[in-house]
Design a protein. Structure first.
Length: 652
């Protein structure tokens, strides 16, 4: 059979390998009998490819055409493929080279087998070495070094879809887009397509990773290219290794064109070096690339087309909800607008939320409750290092406050519940989205119920409450406090959380006159906080024991201020009546007498809890004597004397 008569691509490759086997046999025979003439009847002509047959090219010939291999280079590559696939070729290589240890091809063997030698085939800039089609053993002279076909190239020649073995460990394939985009994001897709058509790298800036991936997926769909994701953390720092990675990617583009989505994920403390590596990598790629960043990345040596990816607007999110819910929208009875106003979710999460309705509902769960709970879980911010999530089962009845103070707290809930109607339907949002958040300052002595009130509001609204850990946020290093606060607000931006800055005067204190550089940076921190509070679209609660220490600029921007008074005797009596759970066994407790203790609600809870442990250890119900012992311990902690007037009539 000769060129042009093969029936299948693999049959063609088998013929080529068979011809390599025949040439090795012929070479060995000629070495043993140099005076004899051997007829040359090739199985297939290795000097030309079957490109003129009109048949689809075999993978081997596609590869040779893409990398522009010469006839000699093509035969060297085939020799290495034959050594891997044909069981007899390793022994023939050793016999042909007169050394039982040389069971592999070398350039010296190729020169002997194929007379059309081109020495430039050995050059590092020629395809075999430039594109790593062959692997060469190190520490050997060039003509005698071991030659081995790259494993990824071998699989491609065998007819598999090309996938680089080394890059597969670094890349993550993204599935084709599953749904259409919003209008604003579709516009970015069209702009990104124009940028890539003009050979410009495209940068997508924004904090929502899913939205940026969806945009990249739609751009890839336009070009009919699969999208592969690469994290900047996987880029090697060594320049030689980086160039090797670049060439392997460019090899991918030649054999299996792909759109690269490079996510810039800076490592703290090495941002500068990472940016330099990123610049070199993108510049050397010379292939279409989309860079996904949270903040704008720029380099004087790298022209980028940069597009900010905004969060979906209220109406875009509402449209997505309605589209995915279909007829189920009617069951929500207006709750959909409230969900859309509360949670800032990407399109993929909205679709996932709607798909949960296909699951079997729990008894008593409405469609709105199920969607709200799903959104709440998805919107929980990643604040493990900077905040603590607080859960409470307390209700309004457990909060003992004067009625006009409680009325202010009710107003906070009302503002949050009705903001979609006021902001969107009645137009108060206008064109400016800043300042739409709701902030409240709770001031009062420790233990007067400030944190409890925040927890009750969160429970009423079915939202999560996060108490910001000030010890993790405030830093003595310049710029670190703003960086931590930025992380807090951005993590909570999806709308599923109430932020509680406990003892906020440590952060929101009065600005001072600038006397040194530290004062200047401290004032910058306060200014940054002002901007963050104003821009945050959720509920932000500040608590303080010293209202007078709060900067007046903050007070002007806070919508609600609630003073939590020290409880009077009637209030303390009401607290004592509710302090013990219904399951707790009690005997002979007198709330009126207990109210003589001049302490706040937080201290009352500590006394009650300590008394419960004392009673449990004694195997008795909680009595006044247990409360007396617990009170003494609490007063020692408070560095106060327990007076006879406070415990008169306790009958200890």
């Amino acid at each position: 059979m000769v060129r042009g008569e093969y029936r299948e691509p693999m049959e063609y490759l088998s013929l080529c390998i068979g011809e390599i086997h025949r040439r090795l046999d012929r070479h060995i025979s000629q070495r043993q009998n140099p005076d004899l003439e051997f007829p040359d009847t090739p199985l297939i002509n290795l000097d030309t490819s079957p490109s003129d047959t009109g048949e689809p090219l075999p993978a081997l010939e596609k590869l040779c055409k893409v990398f522009e291999l010469s006839a000699f280079e093509r035969k060297v590559l085939l020799l290495c493929v034959a050594r891997t696939l044909h069981p007899q070729v390793p022994a023939l290589c050793a016999h042909a080279q007169g050394d039982p240890n040389l069971t592999y091809p070398t350039f010296q063997l190729a020169i002997a087998l194929f007379p059309d030698l081109h020495w430039d085939a050995l050059h590092p800039q020629r395809p075999l070495r430039l594109w790593n089609l062959l692997n060469l053993a190190e520490n050997e002279d060039l003509t005698h070094t071991k030659l081995e076909v790259d494993e990824s190239i071998l699989h491609y020649i065998l007819g598999h879809v090309y996938q680089d073995r080394d890059l597969a460990l670094l890349l993550e394939p993204l599935a084709p887009p599953a749904s259409s985009l919003s209008v604003s994001h579709q516009e970015i897709v069209e702009l990104g397509i124009s940028g890539l058509l003009t050979s410009h790298p495209v940068q997508l800036c924004g904090w929502n990773v899913e939205d940026k991936r969806a945009i990249a997926q739609n751009i890839g769909e336009y070009f009919q290219l699969p999208v592969q994701l690469l994290s900047s953390r996987h880029l090697p720092r060594d320049s030689k290794e980086l160039k090797h990675l670049v060439f392997r990617w460019r090899r991918v583009m030649l054999l299996a064109p792909t759109l690269l989505l490079l996510e810039y994920d800076p490592i703290e403390g090495s941002e500068v070096s990472q940016q330099a590596i990123l610049t070199d990598f993108i510049r050397d790629l010379k292939t279409p690339v989309i860079i996904s960043t949270s903040i704008r990345f720029s380099s004087p040596n790298l022209p980028l087309l940069t597009f900010d990816v905004p969060k979906l607007s209220y109406y875009e999110q509402l449209h997505l909800w309605q589209t995915h819910l279909g007829e189920a929208t009617e069951e929500l009875n207006g709750h959909l607008e409230v969900i859309t106003s509360q949670f800032n979710l990407p399109s993929t999460t909205i679709k996932a939320a709607c798909s949960t309705l296909e699951l079997e509902p729990k008894e008593g769960d409405s469609v709105g409750d199920r969607l709200w709970q799903f959104c709440r879980l998805q919107a929980r911010p990643r604040l493990e290092d900077l905040a603590v999530r607080i859960e409470t089962k307390a209700t309004w009845e457990d909060l003992i406050l004067p009625q006009h103070h409680k009325h202010t707290l009710y107003q906070i809930v009302t503002h949050l519940r009705q903001r979609v109607r006021v902001y969107e339907d009645w137009g108060f949002a206008g064109n400016e989205r800043r300042g739409l958040g709701i902030s409240a300052l709770f001031s009062g002595q420790s233990g007067t119920g400030k944190t409890l009130a925040a927890g009750i509001i969160a429970r009423e609204l079915k939202l999560d409450l996060y108490r910001i850990d000030l010890s993790s946020v405030v830093s003595k290093y310049i710029g670190e406090t703003e960086k931590n606060l930025k992380q807090v607000f951005q993590a909570a931006e999806t709308g599923g959380a109430i932020l509680l800055f406990d003892e906020a005067d440590a952060l929101f204190g009065k600005r001072s006159e600038v006397q040194d550089s530290r004062d200047r940076y401290a004032n910058m921190e306060v200014s940054y906080l002002l901007q963050s509070i104003e821009a945050y679209q959720g509920l932000c609660v500040l608590t303080t024991n010293l209202k007078g220490a709060i900067d007046q600029a903050f007070l002007r921007r806070i919508r609600f201020i609630v003073q939590f008074p020290f409880p009077d005797r009637d209030s303390r009596e009401a607290i004592w009546k509710r302090i013990f759970p219904t399951k707790t066994p009690t005997e002979g407790l007198d709330s009126r007498k207990l109210s003589n203790l001049n302490v706040a609600g937080g201290n009352i809870r500590n006394i009650a809890l300590n008394a419960a442990f004392l009673a449990a250890d004694a195997g008795e119900p909680v009595r006044m004597k247990h409360l007396y012992e617990a009170t003494k311990s609490e007063y020692i902690k408070l560095e106060r004397l327990l007076t006879e007037k406070e415990t008169k009539g306790w009958n200890n």
